[in-house]
Design a protein around this ligand. Sequence first.
Ligand SMILES: [Zn+2]
Length: 413
Amino acid sequence: MQLLTNARLLDGTGAPPRPNQAVLIDGNRIVGVGAEASLNPPPNTPRIDLQGKTLLPGLIDCHVHIWGNPDPDAKPQRQTRIPIKDNAYYKARNLLFALQAAQDTLAAGFTTIQDLMAPNDMVFPLRDAIAEGEFVGPRLRASGLCITLTGGHGTEYPEMAIVADGPQEILKAVRQQVAAGADVIKYMGGTRAAFSPPFRGRPGYTTEEMAVGVEEAHRAGLRVHVHAHSSIEGIKNSIRAGVDSIEHGFPMDDEALEMMAERGTYLCPTLSVNPAALDIIERGRWAFPGSEKQVRYLAEQAPKMIEGAKRIGVKIALGTDAAMPGVYHGGNARELELLVEYGLTPMDALVAATRNGAENLGMLDDIGTIEEGKLADMIVVDGDPLDDIRVLKDLSCIPLVIKDGAIVADRRM
Ligand SMILES: [Zn+2]
């Protein structure tokens, strides 16, 4: 056992901070939270005195692409004209990149991440190697291959997508991913190809197509997260089909947000993408020529969406889309800053990154809050994120990251 003492506890539930709290850990679980005197640890239990610093649940990012290099100046990841460097070569390079990216993300205090599109034979081995303790890394949840329509978003990465049209093919694709060991199903269904005319802004799958796969995923105990932006009709089709999380979402109207609030559909807004893209466009290094106008439009819509979601009561979970140009692995806390900039309170932003993230992954029984019985995933913060959320962007202000009861980053002086 071990005991953390003298913590200012922000438990992730949205409750106000509590001073002078202690947390008792047994193995990888929290077995007690409260005043130190109330916990009765066995004699000689090792202690860490947190000296009044803030203790938060480990942060959760519900939307990353852990294999992807966000550096707009990086070498292209594919040079298939050189015959010896085939797909397998680049997949292996991506896997090595992914391990480092996962470790950078963990070091930044994100103890759980969800990867929403990768080759099955790259991301599932990485997930399992971390889970089995062969490498230090964040708790990784993964969809593996995405499921998309003919010509849809994702088909530009053929090794990461199943193309499925019509209910029967979608049903089969979902079953394939369940059998392959997916933790979650990712549809690229709410929109057609994201940035390519002439389909830009058109809905993708029909409600009927998506619904059959959602039902099958739910029968297998998996949630369905759908890439949906640029088309309000596509977003509404996704909500009607019963998906669990709308990824991106911009633009939204009140009707869509009311549908989400009523059904409990999550919004995972990935706000980090647009400002990072605009910055790169300004530097003349943008990777998707011809789509600049679209990016500016989405950037304008994002704050309006957050305002509406807050007003109407849509549940928000933090996701960054890390790997998109300029959205760096380990820079995930930028999303917290944007959530606050666009109108959430710092407390609501923290809940989006902890409790709500856990619920959106279907893992609230195990992670997301600091409560008895949960896994011991926690971070220590030197500073008050309720006063200035940006403190979470500064690694020197996160002296300790604890995952599964073990210290995985130690920056104590
Ligand atoms: Zn994404």
